[in-house]
Design a binder for this molecule. Structure first.
Ligand code: ATP
Ligand code: MG
Length: 252
């Protein structure tokens, strides 16, 4: 469903994403982890057609992104890291706008909006988007994406700004969607989410994928059983020793 071959992005001389390869089969929840600035958002932007790669090939839903951009965009959903949406619209106007673009302004979609609004406690569709908090906007975007039932969903740190209940509902919803064959690509800094939700995890550091596999396979890489993903992550991104010395020097 998602395939990237030698995907690369250079910003002038800076290599933000460095020849990465990704393959996500249908129905999988794929977790993309990495420190701040590692290249996660840049990768998502390329995979979803909002940023042109410097090099490499992308296939989504078995289609070449270069040749079938419109069809792919019609069938995928993207929840970006920042909820940037038209601030002069009211919540329901934004949802109608999205429904009109995708030509899905029908009874079924309205019903899904109602269900999703109830699930996420969205009772503010009459309010102007400019007057909403970060989390409130994030939930509106989630509804605008999930109401379309996309076949592949990309989410960039989707739980940031969500309260505990909404985050839990989102996690459970995504698991259910994946059981129904929806493919999910998500980035997160919350290792517990990756460990509990993602069948396959890839870790990117300085633009390069440094490890990829199931939790089991990642554990094998480290050679020690019973390691938490946090330990593994810090070990693989070589930050373990760093942390000790930083905390020590700050505690003096
Ligand atoms: N438009 C741009 N122009 C120049 N450099 C960019 C641009 N977008 C991203 N970068 C750089 O590319 C690198 C990767 O950024 P990216 O946003 O992909 O990181 P990230 O893994 O999503 O980090 P975070 O966890 O903080 O969200 C960073 O060094 C960033 O400064
Ligand atoms: Mg990011």
């Amino acid at each position: 469903m998602i395939k990237a071959i030698n995907l690369t992005k250079k910003f002038k001389d800076f290599m933000a994403v460095d020849h990465i390869n990704i393959e996500v089969p249908k129905g999988q929840i794929f977790g993309f982890l990495g420190p701040n600035g590692a290249g996660k958002t840049t990768t998502i932007r390329m995979l979803t057609g909002t940023l042109k790669p410097t090099e490499g090939k992308i296939e989504i839903l078995g289609l070449d992104l270069k040749k079938h951009e419109i069809e792919i965009k019609r069938r995928i959903g993207v929840v970006p890291d920042e909820p940037r949406i038209y601030s002069h619209l009211k919540g329901y106007e934004y949802l109608e706008f999205v429904m009109d673009i995708y030509k899905i302004n029908n009874k079924e979609t309205h019903q899904r909006i109602e269900e999703l609004s109830k699930a996420f406690g969205v009772n503010y569709l009459e309010k102007l988007i400019s007057d909403l908090s970060h989390g409130m906007k994030q939930k509106l975007i989630l509804i605008s994406v999930l109401m379309r039932k996309p076949e592949v969903i990309f989410l960039d740190e989707p739980t940031v700004g969500l309260d505990a209940k909404s985050a839990k509902i989102l996690k459970e919803l995504l698991k259910n969607y994946s059981k129904q064959s929806t493919t999910i690509f998500l980035t997160t800094h919350i290792l517990e989410i990756a460990e509990n939700m993602c069948e396959v995890i890839a870790i990117i550091n300085n633009g390069k994928i440094i490890a990829q596999g199931t939790m089991e396979e990642l554990r094998k890489l480290s050679g020690e059983k019973n390691k938490t993903l946090e330990d593994l992550f810090l070990e693989l991104t070589a930050q373990e020793e760093d942390i000790k010395s930083i905390v020590e020097s700050l505690s003096r």
